[in-house]
Design a protein around this ligand. Structure first.
Ligand code: KMH
Ligand code: ZN
Length: 276
């Protein structure tokens, strides 16, 4: 079995800097976090950015500067979020691709998201997928519920494989409104993934307190890992996360224990069909 791709999702669009001062929100904080997480075993960084007031933004200038700075300072695969925040319009989310990332997220359906709704219409999904194909941007298909894997099967059947030819999905588990962060749900997804093109890989992340069970279930099922303060700000009961590095270090330790050590950025690129 191959080693483990560790994705760090350091910021997200939901956690507030005021509530969690350790959240990286400035470009300097993000770059420093990226460098340290790469040294600890991360190979992908899933990026949401914030504005000067630490609010989520899809500002094109900031996105381009972020991609450039991360490329300059690290060898991490830079994956921009096309999901944004639940309030972001489709046009702004599509324009994320203009910032020229090598990878971007692409969510496979609408899901209740806490008190909000994360809208992903079929036509919008097709638009994202086709634009990424045209530009050579490798998607990570985000899966919040089991049926979204069937949507992915339909998408690939009608619109062909993504850029690079390799299919990689990320199971986002434990969102209030989505599938639970349980071994049973992960096993159901792993089973459904067998109906996708041969060689399809998956990572998984568990929101909040589901982070550890999902991590262990994913490793045992041959999956990869995503961790970060986008998904959890509690390290253990009553213990706030100190930094993204703390979460990456724990994930790398679990991957070592599972005898599937973290893959280098070069090996992750080879696995995911992303040019070195
Ligand atoms: N912030 C969520 C509404 C993605 O990055 O592609 C959507 C999200 C998924 O985080
Ligand atoms: Zn995200």
């Amino acid at each position: 079995m191959t080693g483990t791709v560790i994705t760090v999702a350091p910021t997200g669009a939901e956690v507030s800097k005021a509530a969690v001062p350790a959240l990286p929100v400035t470009l300097d904080e993000l770059v420093q976090t990226a460098k340290e997480c790469e040294a600890l075993g991360a190979s992908i960084i899933h990026v949401h950015i914030r504005d000067a007031a630490a609010e989520p933004t899809l500002d094109q200038g900031r996105l381009r500067a972020t991609v450039a700075a991360l490329r300059d300072a690290t060898d991490l695969i830079v994956q921009l979020s096309s999901g944004g925040a639940v309030t972001d319009p489709e046009a702004g989310r599509l324009a994320v691709l203009d910032a020229g990332p090598e990878m971007a997220s692409c969510t496979m359906g609408t899901v209740n998201f806490g008190d909000g709704v994360f809208m992903n219409r079929w036509e919008f999904i097709v638009d994202l997928h086709v634009r990424m194909q045209e530009r050579g941007i490798v998607p990570e298909y985000e899966i919040f519920d089991l049926g979204q894997l069937t949507t992915l099967q339909r998408l690939l059947g009608q619109y062909d494989l993504p850029a690079g030819g390799h299919v990689h999905v990320d199971l986002v588990m434990g969102v209030p409104g989505g599938m639970p962060g349980t071994t049973a749900a992960l096993a159901a997804c792993e089973h459904a993934i067998r109906d996708l093109p041969a060689g399809t890989t998956f990572s998984a992340t568990g929101i909040g307190r589901t982070t550890i069970p999902v991590m262990l279930a994913s490793l045992s099922a041959g999956g990869h890992l995503r961790v970060g303060m986008e998904d959890t700000v509690t390290y253990a009961k009553g213990q706030p996360v100190e930094s993204n590095m703390q979460l990456v270090a724990r994930a790398a330790g679990f991957a070592q224990l599972a005898q599937r050590p973290p893959l280098t950025t070069a090996a992750a690129r080879d696995l995911l069909g992303i040019p070195r």
